[in-house]
Design a protein around this ligand. Structure first.
Ligand code: DC
Length: 223
């Protein structure tokens, strides 16, 4: 029996992970946050003191990296790097920016491609990222491209960080969002791009609940 995959792509801060997690729970599917996998590889390279643009150096580290995805009872994805749970540490603004550069390295993308495809072969899932509908799962049953204006995304991310006690300013978060958009859409390999057969959902004017209902309706119409 073949599995069902729902691909959700879009820029940082569009609400992909919040939406994908909730949709997966509603549908009884596994939620896979692929950004977290890129972040985990990046954390390893960062700890080794390499520049995020050092493609050869980071490629040489890949055989030392073993990644496991473990799911809590509530469906939360935990990232295990060589046996260590790094789920919290991969979420800092520094690692966000570092990962944006690391994820442009072709060897890193190749390293993670099979891991992601293999998961989709085994389970029904909602997978979010940047290239899921275009490269990782071109045959996904449903593809969504979730976006919002940079200012709206920065504001949501800033409020989230502030809640965690991070003193970062809104202007800095907006600058980071714009920089990451630039990196993610202009890299040579697997850039952030809406797949031709993806449904575009722009949540600039919607709150969380409205965005969720819109996505759920879109999926139900197609399933
Ligand atoms: O979704 P996120 O912010 O956790 O992603 C972190 C970085 O990883 C982001 O800059 C883009 C990159 N990424 C990617 O290139 N491809 C994916 N499928 C997921 C994330």
């Amino acid at each position: 029996m073949s599995t069902i995959s729902i691909a959700i792509d879009g820029p940082s801060g569009a609400g992909k992970s919040t939406m994908a997690k909730r949709l997966a729970k509603e549908l009884g599917f596994l939620y896979v946050d692929t950004g977290a996998i890129y972040r985990t590889v990046s954390l390893y390279a960062c700890r080794k003191g390499l520049a995020p643009t050092d493609g050869a150096g980071i490629a040489a580290l890949l055989p030392e990296i073993h990644i496991d995805l473990v799911y809590g009872e509530d469906g939360t994805q935990q990232m295990i790097l060589n046996g260590e749970n790094v789920s919290g540490e991969i979420r800092t603004p520094q690692i966000s920016m570092y990962t944006s550069a690391v994820s442009a390295i072709p060897a890193v993308r190749a390293f993670l491609l099979e891991l992601q495809r293999d998961m989709a072969k085994r389970k029904n899932l909602v997978m979010d990222g940047r290239d899921i509908g275009t490269v990782v799962l071109p045959d996904a049953n449903i593809k969504l491209f979730l976006t919002a204006a940079p200012e709206a995304r920065a504001k949501r991310r800033w409020l989230e960080l502030r809640e965690k006690g991070d003193p970062i300013t809104y202007d800095q978060v907006l600058a980071d969002v714009v920089q990451r958009d630039e990196n993610d859409t202009h890299r040579a390999i697997a850039p952030l791009k809406q797949a031709e057969d993806a449904v575009l959902v722009d949540t600039t004017e919607y709150d969380l609940e409205e965005s969720y209902q819109l996505l759920l309706r879109t999926i139900r119409e197609r399933m």
